[in-house]
Design a protein around this ligand. Structure first.
Ligand code: SAH
Length: 243
């Protein structure tokens, strides 16, 4: 479902390229990377520095603590790395919180260019001049955008065709239908005296489906009233046993 035949590619701009591939080099994402289902292009922002100290940051205009990534250096790094069809993202605690919906959209495209901030962040002018879309991975502050970029890339890569064993594993899990996933069980049949719910060993697919649906709904309602409310508000009225 990618827009063309090209391999999905994440381009990452960072001051710490040695952090990559890191966790993206193992398990599902790592195997997919090794078999060229996706590509990772990591660029060192410092390569675009021009002075003899190769400095990339400076003190904030108006004063205050810390350092800010310079607009000119970052713009040069973006210009050297970017491919026209790539969405350009900036990891940022001020950004729109990442959702599974956005992950699905990014996985279906050519793959993003991701700028990882450090220090106090980046000069506002480069965000605007290069059309960077700010993306947050949650309401807490990291020391850099790299872990956020890895989170985003990992979430996308597992959805690429050929990465997960069964295609269905991507469509039934948490958030795919605005619901959290139902509880899972496997062997042994009895664990510390507790069995597996009878319905799951009944072999009755319709009953299993209904049980999972009911579990997913009640879990979502109790744990994530925000998701539940959003789903109620946005889902077109269906002839199900909602409500
Ligand atoms: N002073 C900034 C925080 C800078 S943290 C502020 O208060 O908004 C340094 C870098 O870490 C940021 O530029 C960003 O790239 C990354 N980062 C920190 N928290 C993040 C989050 N929740 N989501 C995504 N990136 C984050």
């Amino acid at each position: 479902m990618t827009s063309d035949n090209r391999t999905w590619r994440a381009t990452v701009l960072t001051l710490f390229p040695e952090m990559f591939p890191g966790p993206l080099g193992v398990s599902l994402a790592g195997r997919a990377l090794a078999s060229d289902i996706w590509q990772l292009d990591v660029r060192d922002i410092r390569s675009s520095a021009t002075d003899k100290h190769r400095s990339v940051d400076d003190t904030p205009a108006g004063g205050g603590p810390g350092m800010v990534l310079r607009a000119d250096i970052l713009a040069a790094a973006i210009d050297a790395a970017s491919v026209p069809e790539q969405p350009r993202l900036l990891m940022s605690p001020r950004g729109r919180p990442l959702t599974q919906q956005q992950v699905v959209e990014l996985a279906q495209g050519a793959g993003p260019l991701i700028v990882c901030g450090r220090f106090e962040g980046v000069d506002q002018r480069v965000i605007e001049a290069r059309g960077l879309e700010e993306v947050s991975i949650g309401d807490y502050v990291l020391s850099g955008g790299e872990l956020g970029a890895m989170v985003l890339i990992d979430a996308c890569v597992r959805l690429l065709p050929g990465v997960m064993g069964k295609l269905a594993s991507g469509t039934e899990e948490s958030f795919s239908d605005g619901l959290l996933e139902y509880p899972q069980f496997t062997r042994p049949q009895t664990f510390e005296g507790i069995g597996i719910p009878d319905v799951l060993t009944s072999g009755d697919h319709a009953r299993v489906e209904a049980w999972r649906r009911a579990q997913a709904e009640s879990l979502t309602q109790s744990r994530r009233p925000d998701l539940w409310a959003a789903r109620k508000a946005s889902s077109p009225p269906k002839n199900t046993t909602d409500g």
